[in-house]
Design a protein around this ligand. Sequence first.
Ligand SMILES: [Zn+2]
Length: 117
Amino acid sequence: MSSWGHTLRRLTDAETAQLRARDAWWETSGLEPPAARYRDTACRIRGCVEPATHEGSYRYVTGRAGRVSWARRLLCDRHADRFRAKHHPEPGQPSGHAPAVAVRQVLDADAAGEGLG
Ligand SMILES: [Zn+2]
């Protein structure tokens, strides 16, 4: 799987607060909270439960049709360092400014379960 167009940026305080608020919802819901690695504040690399501090994004070709998708991953400090060393990313833009089509592609990418390795 080849990927390109990597970006990496630190999450803003507002974004971190938003993730924490989503996790806090479980405490008031009366429902069983998800395992640590599925929490909104957790790093998205499989098996990692460190709190996410960065957002890494990249483009990749998906499927036989060769469609280009865009994906993003929330990363902890350690995985952000690894992402930086491996992909030499450009500084990223806050995803709030991404066009709607990019948001839809994020959902596609998540459904495909692509990892960063
Ligand atoms: Zn991590």
